[in-house]
Design a protein around this ligand. Structure first.
Ligand code: HMG
Length: 407
């Protein structure tokens, strides 16, 4: 059987964070609305010396090192983002330059809200499948800055980060058979950012309805592809990782799935099943959403990283149901089959170590940083070089002749 999937994964989170408790106090909201109602504790704040390019390159540099991959081995480089830095030049081109990826490589950027990462991964897996005999490798990077307006309902669901995946034949981490994927898409306005807008327009409650509808439809397609009867899906998968704009969204998704799968059970029995399966099959993937926030395209893949770091070798050989959702909307439910012998790839993730090196900012500092217009930033590279650390290898140093500069 042809075996294609991820040979490795790496995550990058920026150097600053904000506590939800402090944001709630500043906004005059009971802290438990954010801490329990949304289920978030901290969110990543991106400083002016980082952007979607540096986050992507910082995640990918770790990944290449961790997997011993030479940049010339990459024949397809895809960056999925809704935080692009240019209307024409793709983030992937900047990343190619920073990482020294060769010219015999197809590179492009994908946009479809938070679903873009999955589009890149699925297409790259299919491309590798077609080139199976040549053992080609693809690098897919999700990178995003989730920004909402100050004092808006979405403000406590912000975040920033990048996840990079190395896709290959005979993968060490997990394989995916894309022919089984459950797919759903529909033209809706639940969350969108018209050209020129710094922050999105959101129909918050409707976006949750769209998400749940997409889950229902893509699971139905997946179940049919796999030939699993209704009522058997939850027991046949070991873990579930849902797209998580905020942690409690995973709870809403899982409850919806339990209700759909078991309409014949009493409400009390469904609640019991939901609580039990959530603790064992969903909870291990929540770390990133709780501590970093929404990272749009990378959110569901940060959930996978969280699962791997939390469960470690316990999840070897297990089957993970992954639900990817992007507003607009597009969705896919697919099966990640984790490999045996995961100690090495898990060791390389260093997610918690990376979060521990972040610096807390006050609400005032966060407002000041997010009020700045990056186009007005004029500073000399030496001012930002001290911000480099073992995870932040690339920094944004401003503009020269309208060209973004990095060091
Ligand atoms: P809101 O309307 O301010 O919040 O914003 P709420 O009033 O619905 O409260 C949230 C929860 O806190 C509720 O729980 C409250 O009961 C609870 P629920 O009823 O939902 O279970 N609560 C409390 N709990 C404990 N103690 C308290 C307390 N007070 C209230 N004192 C909303 C919520 C999600 C709408 C807002 O944050 C928002 O607009 N977020 C952005 C949109 C979003 O994340 N949508 C999710 C689905 S769409 C998606 O995932 C795509 C996306 O990632 C974008 C992309 O694809 O690119 C966003």
């Amino acid at each position: 059987m042809i075996d294609v999937g991820a040979g490795g994964m790496a995550i990058y989170v920026p150097q600053l964070y904000l506590e939800h408790r402090e944001l709630a106090e500043a906004r005059g909201v009971p802290p438990n609305k954010y801490l329990l109602g949304l289920g978030n504790r901290r969110m990543s704040i991106i400083p002016i010396w980082e952007d979607s390019v540096t986050m992507a390159a910082n995640a990918a540099a770790q990944l290449l090192e961790q997997t011993g991959t030479h940049p010339e081995e990459i024949h397809q480089l895809v960056v999925s983002t809704e935080s692009g830095v240019d209307h024409s030049k793709p983030v992937a081109s900047f990343v190619q330059g920073l990482l020294g990826i060769g010219s015999r490589c197809r590179i492009y950027e994908i946009k479809h809200a938070c679903y873009g990462g999955t589009a890149g991964i699925v297409n790259s897996i299919d491309w590798i499948y077609r080139n199976y005999t040549t053992s080609r490798k693809a690098l897919v990077i999700t990178t995003d800055i989730a920004r909402y307006g100050f004092e808006s309902a979405g403000e406590p669901t912000q975040g920033a980060g990048a996840v990079a995946l190395l896709l290959t034949v005979k993968p060490r981490l997990f394989s995916v058979d894309t022919s089984l994927n459950g797919i759903f898409s529909k033209d809706v306005f639940d969350f969108w950012r018209p050209t020129g807008h710094r922050v999105p327009l959101v129909d918050g409650k409707f976006s949750i309805d769209c998400y749940l509808m997409a889950l229902e439809e893509s699971v139905a397609h997946f179940r049919a592809n796999l030939g699993i009867h209704k009522g058997k899906l939850i027991e046949s998968l070991d873990y579930f990782v849902y797209h998580m704009p905020f942690t409690q969204m995973a709870h809403k998704a899982h409850r919806h799935l339990v209700n759909l799968e078991h309409p014949d059970l009493s409400e009390a029995d469904r609640e019991k099943l939901c609580t039990e399966t959530f603790r064992v099959k969903v909870e291990p993937g929540l770390l990133g959403a709780r501590e970093v926030g929404n990272i749009y395209t990378g959110s569901v893949y940060m959930g996978l990283v969280s699962l791997l770091e939390t469960e470690r070798e316990k999840c070897e050989g297990k089957r993970v149901g992954v639900f990817s959702y992007g507003s607009g909307c597009g969705a896919e439910f697919f099966l990640c089959h984790l490999k045996k012998g995961l100690a090495g790839p898990i060791q390389g993730l260093r997610f918690q170590e990376q979060m521990a090196r972040r610096r807390k900012v006050s609400v005032e500092e966060y407002v000041e940083i997010y009020s700045k217009n990056r186009r007005e930033i004029r500073y000399h590279p030496r001012d930002v070089l001290p911000y480099k650390d073992p995870f932040t290898r690339f920094v944004f140093t401003g503009f020269r002749d309208h060209k973004r500069q990095y060091a």
